[in-house]
Write a protein that binds this ligand. Sequence first.
Ligand code: KG4
Ligand code: ZN
Length: 353
Amino acid sequence: MRILGIETSCDESSAAIVQRNSEGDLTVLSCATHSQIRIHQPYGGVVPEIASRNHLETINQIIDRAGTDAGTSLDGIDGIAVTNRPGLVGSLLVGVSAAKTLAYVLNKPLMAIHHLEGHAASVWLGSEAEKIRYPLLLAIVSGGHTNLYVITEPPHRWPERLFAQSCVGRSRDDAAGEAFDKIAKVLGFPYPGGKWIDQTAKNGDRKAFDLPRALPQKSTLDFSFSGLKTAAALAAKHLEQEGTLQERIPDLCASVQEAIVDALLAKMTLGVRKHRCRSVALVGGVAANSRLRARLSTDLSQKMDVPVFLPPLQYCTDNGAMIAAAGVFRFLQNHVVSPAERLSLSAVAYPEN
Ligand code: KG4
Ligand code: ZN
């Protein structure tokens, strides 16, 4: 079975074709992505109007490329999955309109995918996913979300309202990726700053600055990163006044990164204990962070003996393959948009689930 996945919820136009074989393994046959990062960089963040116009200009070529790279005509696919929630509504609409049109013209099933479900499904693009044991603690850590879920069933049995039902922790203010990006901006790095902090931190001292770890109370699985953001901005201001900011940037990056990683790991460890989880998965853009990946392997895999599953690096940030993977699982359960509603499927910026 082959599913085309389309993702346009923010600043990446991406289309991919994912194949499921008879053993249930997923293979990415193609994944064509156009990143708008350089277009938004002068503004220090994503400009919604520019984002949707750019999606409009590129989406047809991206879908064509996904077909060509996979060596298949779009007639050869079994269904179309598209992110229709949550995200920038103008951007979502471009992908949704393209998917609806294709589904109508080709007369193929259409699957409406929650962006977070796409991130969650990205774990199954890795080769080890069949080893996952349940309950699974799933951490979705991106530019917009820092959420913990307890998942009790494999993806081909996920209910349609999975994410509304299984959330056990979330950020009360900024998302972890947002904290990375905002602090990076203060330090003069281009948007999005997470990967720059990651790279620069490699030359810094993680203990150089004593920064706050939020919500250390034992019981809550919630996160908070706004205090860290303020503390890092104050530290940067102080260094600037001293005239030492440039030389101390690696130390500050390493200390910020360690504070974020500590906070994520503390709550993931607590989540595993509290909900007796037998596996952990980490997805979303921040899952690309090298320090977080290393600490997950030492602190969770080795010390707690809980296996950790991560998507392949290229599927951590937004991409069409994760949406196609989620589409495969929806298709298997026949969770498809009914033909009567196929042309009226809408984009939802802030869905309830
Ligand atoms: O999942 P994603 O592509 O988009 C959202 O759905 O938000 O995540 C983007 C986020 C950005 O905040 C970006 O700075 C962060 O992921 N990110 C990283 C790294 N690579 C991307 N954060 C820390 N370290 C990285 N290596
Ligand atoms: Zn995302």
